[in-house]
Design a binder for this molecule. Structure first.
Ligand code: CA
Ligand code: CA
Ligand code: CA
Length: 535
């Protein structure tokens, strides 16, 4: 959320621009359109790409059915409501273009290869409520529309409506009647169903897609009705066609029923399966039980493939895990999990994905593990075996009696952990299960940790079937260190040993870094603005 000092600094450095037509409130237009000249004036466009951003003052001019770039001037960084070009999706999100007395959200799409750049208009939607579309029913409150059942055609959730999940909502059938659910920046979705099979959740099934493209200033929010406690609604789930384990060995196509709702199946043979895009999105106060003792996670990723783009995702105060990954190859950057009441990040069923930059921060009063990692509980040697690559993870554990480890590696899992910091838990690192030790010993490189820091009451703990100690495993790699990482909150303070260098992860998913942990320094807090209640 906005910090007043931060805002003030931005205001001083950019006041010349701001006085022209941008103001620090959600109601001012971020762009104007002059019908006489056909020119769209965008005083601030933030260009996002590769984990960094640049700012421009930009003008586009209508040319036939397209808008052509006629000027782009580099400017200082600006916060507040603004326009965003997201190079991941080639989309320009114009938060609010004034056309006469009305304001519209406009989504522009870059014409591939155009020079000068040209854009088509994908969407032009009034920012005022226009009634409910045919795929929804009128909702219980003003300006709300309710969704229920299964969405089987391509639809868009716009920010001029508060969208109510009235019980379970599915996108697509199971690899049938596939659909794409687009969610615009700034859109709010509220789950209001009951318990059990009436629980409200949003589930993207195999073969369908979600395009949840939020922006730093207009994140997408999925939450409960009162936003006071965990478990107010179900949660957000995706099932994909990427490989999972848990079948009898030799089964050519491994498909697995979801543990909490066994009528739903996930997994397949496509490691690059694409379930869409999730950017700048918050999932808050989820975790309704769908059966006794089967609470949903904030975000559940079942056999989701590496073609899916997940970047800047927060899960706040879910009743079960923050993010639970059931197999697949899904890759994620810039994760924030706060106040998870069970584990912050949990994996099982053979996950072979990637994560870079994750803040996993437990509350002071409740929560189990920072990371709970299984290959498979029932068949601990089931293949494909879990071996995700994780870099730049910060776990801030809680010290209470029932809290456990920052990281528990067990039930046959592999993992390659790089450039990470674990602190504040009763135990930092624990390895458990004969299958985990045996896999490490039989497959060199399958379970590693490098350039990482531990700082817990007890740093290492050994479990059942030990063939080496967690301490010897950690210490055998000389770039690992035990000791105070000198954090201020979750950020490295000046002089922190985390800033002394980074290890290169030899995988193209990872951005090279020269530090350990999720953040480079106090000026590089990428959780600013788009997250909820991180501090
Ligand atoms: Ca769980
Ligand atoms: Ca768990
Ligand atoms: Ca687990």
């Amino acid at each position: 959320m906005y910090q007043s000092e931060y805002l003030k600094k931005q205001f001083i450095t950019t006041s010349a621009i701001l006085f022209s037509s941008i103001a620090f409130n959600a109601h001012a237009a971020t762009a104007t359109y002059d019908s006489a000249t056909g020119i769209v004036d965008l005083p601030v466009v933030e260009v996002l790409g590769g984990g960094s951003s640049a700012f421009y003052r930009t003008q586009l001019q209508l040319n036939g059915n397209e808008l052509q770039l006629i000027s782009a001037e580099s400017i200082a960084a600006v916060s507040g409501q603004r326009n965003v070009y997201d190079s991941d999706t080639s989309a320009v999100h114009v938060a609010s273009v004034a056309v006469g007395a009305d304001e519209f959200y406009a989504k522009l799409r870059l014409v591939p290869g155009s020079n000068p750049m040209r854009f088509t208009v994908d969407q032009l939607v009034s920012n005022a409520f226009q009634g409910c579309p045919s795929f929804a029913q009128p909702g219980p409150t003003a300006n709300s529309c309710a969704l229920s059942g299964t969405i089987t055609s391509d639809v868009t959730l716009t920010k001029n409506v508060e969208w109510i999940l009235n019980g379970p909502v599915y996108v697509g059938g199971d690899n049938a009647q596939s659909a794409t659910l687009t969610i615009n920046p700034g859109t709010k979705i509220v789950g209001v169903g009951g318990q059990g099979d009436q629980a409200a959740y949003l589930w993207v099934r195999r073969g369908s897609k979600i395009m949840a493209e939020g922006t730093p200033d207009n994140p997408i929010v999925m939450t409960g009705p009162s936003e006071l406690a965990a478990g107010e609604w179900g949660g957000f789930l995706i099932s994909g066609n990427a490989p999972v384990n848990g079948c009898n060995e030799g089964t050519p196509l491994c498909e697995v029923p979801f543990e909490a709702i066994v009528s739903e199946t996930y997994g397949g043979n496509n490691p690059v399966d694409n379930s869409g895009v999730i950017k700048y999105t918050q999932v808050r106060f989820a975790g309704t039980a769908v059966r006794p003792d089967e609470e949903l996670n904030g975000v559940t990723l079942n056999g989701v493939g590496s073609g899916t783009l997940i970047d800047y995702l927060q899960v706040h105060e879910g009743l079960d895990d923050g993010i639970e990954v059931f197999g697949g190859t899904v890759q994620m950057k810039h994760l924030v999990v706060t106040n998870a009441q069970d584990d912050s990040l949990d994996w099982t069923n053979g996950w072979q994905g990637r994560v870079q930059f994750a803040l996993l921060k437990q509350s002071a009063v409740i929560g189990d593990r920072g990371i709970e990692a299984d290959n498979n509980e029932k068949n601990q040697d089931s293949i494909p075996r879990a071996q995700p690559i994780l870099s730049n993870i910060t776990v801030i554990g809680r010290s209470g009696d029932s809290a456990s480890q920052s990281v528990l590696l067990r039930r046959g899992t592999g993992a390659n952990i790089w450039n990470s910091v674990f602190t504040g838990s009763p135990v930092c690192l624990m390895i458990d299960s004969p299958s985990t030790y045996a896999n490490h010993d039989a497959n060199p490189g399958s379970l590693t940790i490098s350039n990482s820091f531990v700082n817990c009451a007890t740093n290492f703990k050994d479990g059942e079937g030990v063939t080496f100690t967690a301490e010897s495993w950690f210490s055998s790699e000389p770039t690992n260190k035990a000791g105070d990482p000198l954090l201020t909150g979750y950020l490295p303070a000046s002089g922190s040993p985390l800033t002394l260098g980074g290890a290169a992860v030899s995988d193209p998913f990872f951005i090279p870094v020269d530090y350990a942990g999720a953040f480079k320094d106090t000026n590089s807090d990428w959780t600013k603005e788009w997250t909820f209640s991180v501090n």
